[in-house]
Design a protein around this ligand. Structure first.
Ligand code: FES
Ligand code: FES
Length: 161
């Protein structure tokens, strides 16, 4: 659209400084997907319901379809692409793979980040805390049992260190 003044947004994404010139109405999820080509962050509903767009912003889970990109100025963002290190899956990713915590995988990036956030707060979450921790993430395929199993397995693994 012409005539709209663009805004230069600076963020750190997965440890790297990034910037983009965007229209003020650009959503954070659009910044990630369309400007930075980080397409692991999904758009499932666009109404703050499903959690497929969940990322960590300054250490907190954030539904990136619900925030304008300029609001993240100066922020530190972790997306699913930032979880593995040196070719090794993050323990949460490993647990989801081993416990078959996904089917189509559309919800998975958001669930992984919600789980990483939960386990950053408590290494030994109760069943209630696990369910609350992923309550903002909807899965349409799995029936949740293997997702819960994966979160418990990740907690057990990460609790060893
Ligand atoms: S796409 Fe953001 S909550 Fe569904
Ligand atoms: S695995 Fe398909 S939506 Fe969750």
């Amino acid at each position: 659209m012409s005539g709209v003044e663009k805004i230069l947004v600076h963020v750190r994404v997965n440890g790297e400084p990034r910037e983009a010139l965007v229209e003020p109405r650009t959503l954070l999820v659009e910044l990630l997907r369309e400007h930075f080509n980080l397409t692991g962050t999904h758009i499932g509903c666009d109404t703050t319901y499903c959690g497929a767009c969940t990322v960590l912003l300054n250490g907190r889970t954030t539904k990136s379809c619900t925030m304008f990109a300029p609001m993240a100025e100066g922020g530190e963002i972790i997306t699913v692409e930032g979880l593995s290190k040196d070719g090794e899956l993050h323990p949460v990713q490993q647990a989801f793979a081993e416990c078959h915590g996904l089917q189509c995988g559309f919800c998975t990036p958001g669930l992984l980040l919600s789980t990483v956030h939960l386990l950053s707060k408590t290494r030994k979450p109760s069943e209630k805390e696990i369910r609350k921790g992923i309550a903002g993430n909807t899965c349409r395929c799995t029936g949740y049992q293997n997702i819960l199993k994966a979160v418990r397995a990740a907690a057990a693994e990460m609790g060893k260190s």
